[in-house]
Design a protein around this ligand. Structure first.
Ligand code: PMP
Length: 447
């Protein structure tokens, strides 16, 4: 049985005001904090030592489970050995080693890795690479981007602009010019309670042709999609949809970028969703699972042709004027290498693949509970739409999350009134049962 690891400080601080918490209802939180002080494998522990089962892998990131010893040791060792190294004009071995390991996991000729520190930075980096790539190829007019409604691409100005979550956009003005959105592939009437990729919706990819007709292909740099949208409570792609997007992009010389910040590193039973769906994008954005959430890291994997377009001209001059002080930070690289070792040694991607039907059956057993409007499940992800309380959109979701933590000892994500889950890939069948019975109790209580 998991017990709380020893921690240095277990008391709740007196003053919670100074920390302006991100993406948080600060006033509600601070009135009744949901605080965690330590973690191990599948569990968090509160400062009082209460055990919370983690049904969301933190924020979709701790794919190998929490505080895994090999990752902890790798970080500790690295901190004592090399705390920081610039990766502008200098390098350190683990950065190159990790890039090779990631390239080996990526499909086809996605062979080159540009490191940054988060998913948001990965998305903005991929947007800048797309612009600079087209310019390098003599296509400087390709400056437009196409995202998708209900997509999430982080919180940079670029990612916010191509993202399609209204709440994330509306406080921030006009954002970036020259951005269009495909419609969301989600349609409850056609897709409700489908397991995995819904049969309906492939034709929605043809909207891209309509946008090309409107703007002309010569103005469009790239299309960004999450293979499965995570933050909007798990929207799997309709069968054939991603392939069709690929064909249309190919026809018009438009880059296709997969934002795999959530779907990468085993979440769908493969290193990347690109593999599951048999579609090779031009770039993959990743973060989260690369270090199993232990140290911030993100990156972009680019096809050889994109990378090579920058490798012309005098070789003593910088080729891509972009990067971050903490790109390929030694602690993140050490954590990334140890995490990839764990994924390999424990066959965690394969494990996720094998557990997928068990997970799907368990989650789908919630169908029929009062107020359950739809359930989507793919890989080790699940989204459960709950009926809103009258005139209080989001309140039911918030209450479910709060009660989950305080009364039932479970952590999951919510998006409006939907529950979203993505347990660490080490989850056992018993723990799946435990998660589902807790969620069932919460749903019944809020009905
Ligand atoms: N893209 C996707 C698909 C994500 O799910 C997220 C984070 N949930 C991001 C980008 C942004 O990542 P970060 O919060 O690390 O900036």
């Amino acid at each position: 049985m998991a017990t709380a690891p020893k921690i240095s400080s277990s008391s709740v601080p007196n003053d919670l005001a100074p920390f302006w918490m991100p993406f948080t209802a600060n006033r509600s939180f601070k009135a009744r904090p949901r605080m965690v002080a330590s973690a191990k494998d599948m569990h968090y522990f509160t400062p009082e030592g209460r055990k919370i089962i983690d049904a969301s892998a933190g924020l979709w990131c701790t794919n190998a489970g929490h505080n895994r010893q090999p990752i902890v040791e790798a970080i500790q060792k690295q901190a004592a050995e090399l705390d920081f190294s610039p990766t502008f004009q200098f390098g350190h071995p683990k950065a190159f080693e990790l890039a090779s390991r990631i390239a080996a996991l990526a499909p086809a000729d996605l062979d080159h890795v540009f490191f940054c520190n988060s998913g948001s930075e990965a998305d903005d980096t991929a947007m800048k690479i797309a612009l600079a790539y087209h310019r390098a190829k003599g296509n400087a007019s390709r400056v437009r981007f196409i995202g998708r409604e209900r997509g999430y691409h982080g919180v940079g100005f670029g990612g916010t602009a191509i993202g399609g979550m209204v709440a994330n956009r509306k406080q921030f003005g006009a954002l970036l010019a020259g951005v269009d959105h495909l419609q969301s592939t989600y349609n409850r009437a056609e897709q409700a309670f489908s397991v995995g990729e819904p049969d309906w919706g492939e034709h929605l990819a043809d909207e891209l042709d309509r946008l090309v007709a409107l703007h002309d292909a010569s103005t469009i740099a790239a299309v960004f999609v999450e293979p499965v949208s995570g933050s909007t409570a798990v929207l799997p792609p309709p069968k054939g949809y991603l392939k069709r997007l690929r064909q249309i992009c190919d026809k018009h010389g438009i880059l296709l970028v997969f934002d795999e910040v959530i779907t990468g590193y085993g979440r769908l039973g493969h290193a990347f969703a690109a593999e599951r769906y048999g579609v090779v994008p031009d770039m993959i954005c990743f973060a989260k699972g690369i270090t199993s959430g232990s140290v911030p890291m993100g990156g972009v994997i680019a096809r050889k042709g994109i990378h090579d377009a920058f490798m012309t001209g005098p070789d003593h001059v910088i080729e891509l004027f972009h990067g971050y002080t903490y790109s390929a930070h030694p602690l993140a690289c050490a954590a990334g290498l140890a995490t990839l070792d764990l994924y390999r040694d424990e066959n965690l991607f394969e494990r996720a693949r094998k557990l997928e039907p068990v997970w799907a059956d368990a989650v789908m057993s919630l169908k029929g509970l009062p107020g359950v409007l739809d359930i989507r499940v793919v890989g080790l992800m699940a989204g459960i739409d709950l009926a809103s309380k009258p005139d209080a959109v989001g309140k039911r979701g918030y209450d479910a999350m709060e009660s989950g933590f305080h009364d039932h000892g479970i952590m999951f994500r919510t998006s409006g009134d939907a529950i979203a889950m993505s347990p660490p890939l080490i989850v056992t069948e018993d723990q799946i049962d435990e998660i589902i019975s807790k969620v069932a109790a919460i749903i019944k209580q809020g009905a």
